[in-house]
Design a protein around this ligand. Structure first.
Ligand SMILES: [Zn+2]
Length: 328
């Protein structure tokens, strides 16, 4: 292959999340682009980053500030996914016209990120001409709330009960129905449940402009990792799933159900997480992943013959470039 390298479509950097500043910004990622083109650990070619609306600044201004920073400190292609929390369609129309994706969440009410299914449908109707792709974090908030109320967050493993696969499956099913109904492009982020992946496969047959990703941590780890010492540092949402689900996700990857792999890189300082070791319901969740995205999958799945190098190249370079409108 001539163009050795990879893209990461799903990266949280340079933002504050739930009041905590992420550990890294664009400047820190530049060294990943300067790696020699080695087959097992190639350079980063570009990424998809998030801009979330905050109370004290207009979304357009936050976007412009982050875009300027990315151009100055990173210098590689960046595709933008924007999350309005207050703005309406007309307020952010220029950003959507410029090609930004929309990113919506069916959960995280407390953080102010929640959109109801009706809200999502309204966005689709408002954007019926532009057909802006909507990325959706799918976990049904009512199910999450119900399960969380039944299981106090005392141990990292409790996370698996509080945010079960059924919450993801329910939200994925509803969002897919909306995408098919309105013929609206949708991308389901970090699919962690094989049932959700199968729902996506089926919906794609009715409406092909649906895409999805899973993250290496759902393919390489199972929920037992949350019983390890210091497992509070590995908390991410959705949580790691049971071994049978992990194994099925790998099989579904082999079948080609996932369009791309992306890290959902969301790196908080370990000292910060350690401060919340005994207050797990408030711990900043998210794990790093952009630097190991390619190399972890290469060693676990390509070297073991589970997927081919060509499949990996498609999942991490060709298809993400397509989704981000980057000329390869
Ligand atoms: Zn994310």
């Amino acid at each position: 292959m001539n163009n050795i390298g990879y893209y990461d479509f799903h990266v949280h950097i340079g933002e504050q999340i739930s009041g905590h500043t992420l550990k890294d910004d664009f400047a820190e990622l530049k060294s990943l682009c300067e790696r020699p083109p080695e087959q097992d650990n190639p350079p980063l070619l570009g990424l998809g980053a998030f801009v979330t609306e905050v109370a004290q600044e207009k979304l357009q201004d936050t976007y412009q500030r982050m875009k300027d920073k990315a151009e100055r400190d990173f210098g590689k292609p960046v595709h933008w996914h924007i999350t309005p929390t207050q703005s309406k369609c007309k307020d952010i129309y220029p950003l959507l016209q410029a090609g930004c994706d929309l990113k919506l969440y069916t959960t995280y009410r407390q953080a102010g990120l929640y959109s109801s299914y009706e809200d999502i449908e309204h966005w689709m109707m408002d954007l019926q001409d532009l057909k802006t792709r909507i990325l959706v974090h799918c976990e049904d908030d009512l199910i999450v709330q119900g399960c969380s109320a039944q299981k106090e967050f005392r141990h990292p493993f409790d996370h698996t009960f509080r945010r079960p696969e059924i919450a993801e499956n329910k939200a994925v099913g509803i969002v897919l129905d909306l995408a098919v109904k309105h013929k609206h492009p949708v991308h389901i982020v970090h699919v962690s449940s094989p049932t959700s992946a199968l729902l996506i496969k089926e919906a794609k047959m009715s409406f092909p402009d649906i895409s999805c990703e899973t993250a290496p941590h759902y393919l390489l780890y199972n929920e037992e990792r949350l019983r390890e010492p210091d497992a509070h540092r590995y908390l991410c949402t959705p949580p790691y799933r049971k071994e049978s689900s992990r194994g099925m996700l790998v099989e579904l990857l082999q079948e080609g159900i996932f369009d791309i792999l992306a890290s959902d890189h969301c790196n908080f300082p370990e000292e910060l997480k350690d401060n919340y070791k005994n207050k797990l319901d408030q711990i900043p969740q998210g794990i790093p992943g952009i630097s190991s995205l390619y190399t972890a999958v290469y060693s676990a799945l390509v070297k073991t013959g589970k997927i081919s190098l060509e499949q990996l190249d498609r999942l991490l370079r060709i298809k993400p470039a397509e989704l981000m409108h980057i000329q390869g």
